[in-house]
Design a protein around this ligand. Structure first.
Ligand SMILES: [Zn+2]
Length: 514
């Protein structure tokens, strides 16, 4: 067991290596918490600069103050609309740290360190970096940069203003408050604000996000809300395909309602379950505690692996009791109403949940020959197991959703949902495999659009379309990586004698043996 002093030296060594010129092609930056006279403060470093900033609490929100900068303040550029539309993204692939943009960077970095299981430092991979050792995905996410953080955002239907495409963006943590506001949900007294202080009234028990009230028509409340989550969907690609008429059902929602051209920014780390939970609870990962795809539980001294088919159903064991989900908040405001969560691990409080069925030992019917299903692009579903698996999962989601809207599924009767959340996984699989700017990526969006069309048709058939608000978004973006830029900082740190665990890629815990 190494001594404390030894660990401090190793932590400093690791931070120096991760911010060195040598690692600059693969490591965009490394950051950690380093308080100043009792005020929370953070250091962000790479080969072009070191930025130290502090976080202050003001009227229930955070204000950030840059304390000092050595070299360049690369975090200053925070345009959520950078590298768009799609031809701008394609003509500037692999932006470097001095070219890149980091939406909400100060907030997105700081929140992670509010969790007691936060790492000693977080290393962020570059836009170009290709994890060759981990299977070499052509498309990547997880970083702080705008293309990996930027998810689409569309709102439409009853109670939603028809503003068309608006040049702005929101954050994923703003989505649940926006939906609750649209539904006319009751605020709770004693709710906690973004600073964690009792501020009430808030729409959720803890609320880091803010409702986008300007897209809601308060005189025309929807009776119901439905959300479509397209995992890992690149915002520019979705906009481009909608404009070209390739995804008519999504384009219909865009024509009916309001689309933010800069989309919705995910919280760091821009990975799946951390951000599904951020959307469901309106709080950052550092506050809802589903910190990363995997992380180290410091008190229990064990690894928590959140994003895995074998553990997804355990989500409720990891999420903080200090937050509530949108399902909980809807039940608080509308007692007796029914909510459904389809194919979604972050399902707390839902009356119907796919994972709830699994927990009860009931299947939802996995299709035997996925390549014969509708909305299954033959050229990809046959050769690629991941495309086939995601197609089967998303088809299963479609059957649950349309079944519930019809009033019956697998022998059970259901009322019309007040709220339904539908998660689609195919876009993430396909955009990882081919990168966001590939034929397989486009096929996944066409296939998903077909499923969305069938769900909307089932809502029309139930006579509920005119009274429903729709929200479409993703959990993070997806960025093209460069297959020529490979490597892993793990070996370099180990060769220097540093003993550590690297969880979820980039969460570095020093002095804990791997
Ligand atoms: Zn995801």
């Amino acid at each position: 067991m190494p001594g404390d002093n030894d660990i401090t030296v190793q932590i400093e060594q690791a931070r120096e290596i991760l911010s060195s010129d040598e690692l600059a092609p693969i490591c965009e930056m490394v950051f950690w918490r380093d308080d100043l006279n009792g005020t929370p403060a953070y250091v962000v470093a790479n080969s072009i600069g070191t930025v130290r900033y502090a976080r202050h609490e003001e009227d229930g929100t955070h204000r950030f103050e840059v304390i000092d900068v050595e070299g360049e303040n690369f975090l200053e550029k925070q345009d959520q609309g950078a590298f768009s539309p799609v031809h701008d993204e394609r003509s500037s692939l692999f932006p470097t740290a001095s070219e890149n943009h980091y939406p909400h960077a100060y907030e997105s970095i700081a929140q992670i360190f509010d969790d007691p299981n936060a790492p000693d430092m977080a290393a962020v991979h570059t836009a170009a970096h290709n994890w060759e050792d981990e299977g070499g995905h052509r498309g990547e996410h997880g970083s702080l940069d705008v293309i990996q953080a930027r998810a689409p955002f569309i709102a439409a239907g009853k109670g939603i203003a028809a503003l068309g495409e608006v040049n702005r963006g929101i954050r994923l943590i703003d989505i649940a408050p926006t939906i609750l506001h649209a539904l006319g949900a009751k605020a709770t007294d004693g709710g906690r604000s973004a600073t964690g202080e009792v501020a009430g009234p808030t729409l959720l028990k803890r609320q880091d996000g803010v409702a986008a009230t300007d897209i809601v028509d308060e005189g025309d409340r929807p009776e119901r809300a439905v959300t479509f989550l397209l995992d890992g969907c690149n915002n520019n690609v979705l906009h481009d395909m909608a404009a070209r008429g390739e995804i008519p059902n999504i384009a219909r929602l865009m024509e009916m309602g309001t689309t933010f051209s800069h989309g919705a920014a995910s919280s760091f780390p821009t990975v799946t379950l951390a951000n599904h939970t951020a959307i469901a609870t309106g709080t950052h990962p550092g506050h809802h505690n589903v910190l990363h795809n995997s992380f180290w539980d410091r008190s229990e001294k064990k690894r928590i692996d959140t994003n895995h088919p074998a553990t997804w159903h355990l989500w409720s064991q990891w999420v903080s009791s200090e937050v509530e989900t949108i399902h909980d908040a809807i039940h608080r405001s509308f007692p007796g109403e029914f909510t459904a969560s389809i194919d979604e691990p972050a399902d707390g409080g839902a009356d119907y949940s796919t994972f709830g069925m699994f927990r009860k030992g009931r299947g939802t019917g996995f299709p035997e020959s996925p390549h014969e299903l509708p909305h299954a692009s033959a050229q990809f579903v046959r050769p690629f197991k991941d495309y086939e698996w995601s197609t089967a999962v998303d088809h299963m989601g479609l059957e649950q959703a349309t079944g519930i809207w019809s009033g019956h599924f697998k022998g059970d009767d259901y009322p019309l949902p007040k709220f339904m959340w539908v998660n689609f996984t195919l876009t993430d699989s396909a955009m990882h495999r081919g990168g966001p700017h590939s034929d397989i990526s486009e096929a996944s969006l066409r296939d998903t659009d077909g499923r969305i069309g069938e769900i909307i048709a089932s809502i029309e058939k139930a006579g509920a379309f005119e009274e429903t608000a729709f929200f479409l978004f993703a959990d993070h973006g997806m960025e093209e990586s460069n297959p020529e830029v490979t490597g892993n900082w793990g070996k370099i740190l180990r060769d220097e004698g540093i003993s550590f665990r690297d969880e979820g890629y980039g969460f570095i815990y020093v002095g804990v043996e791997d």
